[in-house]
Design a protein around this ligand. Sequence first.
Ligand code: DGJ
Length: 731
Amino acid sequence: MSIIFNEKTKTITLHTKNTSYQMKIGNLDYLLHLYYGPSIPDEDMSCLIMQYDRGFSGNPYESRSARTFSLDAQPQEFSTQQQGDFRTSSIEVVNSDGSYSFHGKAVNYKISKGKYQLSTLPSVFAGRDDTADSLEVTLCDVVSNIQVTLLYGVFEEADIITRAVKVTNHGKNPVYLKKIMSMCLDFLNGSDLDLISLPGRYGQERQVERQAMTHHIHNIGSVRGSSSHQQNPFVILCDREAGEDYGRCYGFSLVYSGNFLAEAELDQYDQLRFVMGINPKQFLYELKPGQVFECPEVVMAFTSHGFTALSHLYHDFYRTNLCRSKFVSQVQRPVLINSWEAAFMDFDDVKLVEIAKAAKNMGVDLLVMDDGWFGKRDDDNSGLGDWFVNETKIKCGLHKLVEQINDLGMKFGIWFEPEMVSEDSDLYRAHPDWAMEIPGRHAVRSRNQIALDMSRRDVQDYLIEKVNAILDDANIYYVKWDINRSLADIWSNALPPEKQGEVYHRYVLGLYRVMDKIILTHPDILFEGCSGGGGRYDPAMLSYYPQYWVSDNNNPIDRLKLHYGTSFVYPTCTMGAHISDSGRFVPLETKAVVAMCGTFGYELDATHLSKEELAICKEQSQRFRKYYHITFKGDFYRLTNPFQMGNMTAWQHVTKDKKESLLSVVVTNLTCNGPQEYIRAKGLDADAFYSINGGPQIRSGSSLMNAGIPINREVPEYSAFQFHLVRQDEA
Ligand code: DGJ
């Protein structure tokens, strides 16, 4: 059992292979946080906590004349409200008498085998061979009878601990939740920690930023209704000197697709509090007697060995314990061609078949019909919501079109944007009240579309019926599920005024219900997520979709940063990456090398390619398949940082047994007559010998990792190289 309760010391210690995490039912039954880091035995770590009379930091009433116990200075497992702790709170409740107060004390705990379940939200699961245990600790406020149950999932071999929270109203009156975080982690000293986040914007998602902790609340979050392009629900806290290969790193990854918040507060005593959960902005959730509120899960990982080791923990875990789709591991992902940058909305069935015929010669497996096939949809001002085939464009009908593609020996995929409606659509004309618009006010338009009120059951049922009807009508192999605006005008016509503070979260719950009923009922369809590129690239979405479109920005040089940042937490096999016409001066080979970092495909008008180009693409598709077992199942290494001035960006995939590796390099900037550059490999067997691209030269793993590979500098700008390293077992 990886969870141990010590009766004598009242400590609860969680152990994974390389880490330990400890809390204690401490003074006055407050639940204190004692430790998270490299493995320790079950010793009581409360010796770390010193108690002083801290001026202006109050003491709970029950501590009587003892002035040294202040919650303002104690490390807590889930901070309380109005108990003299002035740091950021984990919970804010408005009680039925109007008071803002929650005094949570530990009342019981439960340890069980297996992973706890959340019933309304996606969460990670334990595989058949995983050792997973769960802990529940319940905190109760005896006046209001509000109970907060802290949930912990301990994945021993994976070195992962998950956290979530359930709030239950056992009182007699309704209360309102104003803020409820999924986790709180108090560090006894955080002044030497840095915070790394993945901010961005449309077309430039998940760039990497690092900031030192100073004495205020560092706040990372989204209030756009989705996890967003602008921030990602992933944060690292690490040693100031931590790098790819060394340093303590704590990772926090929230399994949620709506508004989120991560706060890191360095307090007056250099303690650091970190909380993460649903963003409290415009959040006010009524909890009636007997009702339970579930908070989304945070997946935590710790390593002392730097960012690469932290990424590997997440990559391995998210590859096996997040998404149940058979496309995660049982079925190889297809090479696809997408119609978007080939034709935008200007296509018909004949054009699509022409593209497919040309793509067949490129070794492509799957044609994806993107936006423009339904309702009245010739531009982005109309049609959303009308999920029936536009037969002036698809004249032969969907069934026949799919048959024609299948007859070429190719599979067929289709695009949807279920959550949106155009004012110029049959759906909006029939149900204007289904759109998110505040009565008496004009809605904010974005791409000239309005969000549907996904919190409504009737809206959810309409979408489930319409999308499923299309998926069941033809032989659909793949679906791209898009969303192209942020939410504004948060309002539901189906809810009374006092419940409008629930709409942001109910939208997300409604979306998950729709996804359950469409995605989980079609296990043979490969689903790819998209949000105007990568605007909702989060673990909750990845629990449904094995792959997600990284960005609408297909420029391969920009993609180097996009892939780099995304890879800090998400495995590269989730990264939708295509070759398109974007980046005109970048050679086709470089585009292929970059797209092979992810799921690989094309997004261009194949009918315009020359015979030679078609043949080049065919070889690229074959190469992607040849290296698939390395890039989809191997360990990923960031060899250089594209955000730093350098001449090359390099990365590497290595099979788990270290027998094979694919090392990729893009030359981004070579100065005239400059020095020779070497790329040092990682993750190889130092004592083994490797061939390079099947050539006669054999080099030791040690020399490849320590001396590196010389990169030819007499090459055109933006050239790329791939080095396929194969271990020579007989050497
Ligand atoms: C945004 C996506 O990111 C694009 O790939 C494309 O599907 C368009 N939406 C279609 O409207």
